[in-house]
Design a protein around this ligand. Structure first.
Ligand code: SF4
Length: 293
């Protein structure tokens, strides 16, 4: 198999085989991320993809799931992506789920009809690293799109019947924008229909622009308690009928549920409990022990 470091695997599907069809990230500009710095975006040549598929077909001929790499392989145009999915189906005929992480903007170069065809080829589930629904926060972290883009592209996914995860990056607005980050994200996410919302706490990794800004006093990061308060505000305003999970969590306890609306009151009361009595040192240790996104 051919892989270019770094390789990101969705932690919820640790056994899914991986197939690198692109390397790097098309955007590579988010201020909190250094993951693909120095790895220019490019598509893997079809001969290499086919070599890897032959290997997978030998080792896992009954594979029903696969994760595409790297940061945002769905950025490929329909005309480049569809033949790759066709090849996957050719070599792995039992495939059901072709999953990839991707950017909101990667949907914009495809029509709903094209998305439906990609779904028929197996692209049934994707993860959108949305991070925020507040335009000032999105600009501040240089995410490269605005809240209107999130609504427009998610509506296309809804129409095409492709399930999607959305991430809320807790703490990204810093102290200055924390309230708007929570409230506007909940407002925008609630207008979409994600199957899952995942929340993670911002970590200022070495080498990131956001860490440099924090060191110069231009970005004021939240304390652990403020992170929880922001997350509570987000959850309180959120009305999505979806699964809700805290991955690479800021909390000492698991706040996940498969039915957010049913368990919303429980999640809010657990957040209240943690705001009052949570072990913020432990939370800080968990968060700072992370080495990468
Ligand atoms: S956060 Fe995602 S979109 Fe942003 S630079 Fe990193 S890999 Fe690319």
């Amino acid at each position: 198999m051919h892989f270019t470091e770094p390789v990101y695997r969705n932690p919820y599907w640790p056994t899914w085989p991986l197939l690198e069809i692109t390397r790097g990230c098309t955007h590579n500009k988010c201020k909190f991320c250094t993951m693909y710095k120095g790895v220019p975006f490019g598509m893997t040549p079809m001969e290499i993809i086919e070599e890897d598929l032959k290997e997978l077909a030998q080792d896992m001929p009954h594979a029903r799931t696969i994760q595409l790499l790297s940061a945002n392989p769905i950025a490929l145009s329909y005309d480049r992506l569809a033949p790759v999915l066709e090849k996957i189906n050719e070599y792995l005929p039992e495939i059901r789920y072709i999953y990839a992480a991707t950017r909101v903007t990667d949907i914009s170069n495809k029509s709903v009809e094209q998305l439906k065809k990609l779904k028929d080829l197996g692209m049934r589930e994707i993860s959108l690293g949305v991070e925020s629904g507040d335009d000032r926060v999105l600009d501040r972290i240089r995410k490269g799109y605005h809240s209107a883009d999130i609504i427009e592209q998610c509506a296309k996914l809804d129409e095409a019947g492709i399930a999607y995860w959305m991430t809320f990056l807790n703490g990204t607005g810093g102290r200055e924008l924390s309230h708007d980050h929570a409230v506007h994200s909940a407002e925008i996410f609630s207008q979409c229909h994600p199957m899952t919302i995942g929340t993670g706490g911002l970590v200022l990794f070495p080498g990131t622009e956001l860490l440099a800004e924090a060191e110069r006093g231009e970005f004021d990061p939240l304390s652990e308690k403020e992170m929880l308060e922001e997350l509570r505000k987000f959850a309180e305003q959120l009305t999505c009928d979806c699964r809700f999970i805290t991955h690479h969590t800021i909390s000492g306890r698991n706040l996940s549920t498969s039915d957010f609306l049913k368990d919303k009151a429980l999640i809010l009361s657990e957040l209240d409990r943690q705001i009052q009595k949570g072990d913020t040192d432990l939370m800080a240790r968990i968060r700072h022990s992370k080495r990468t996104l």
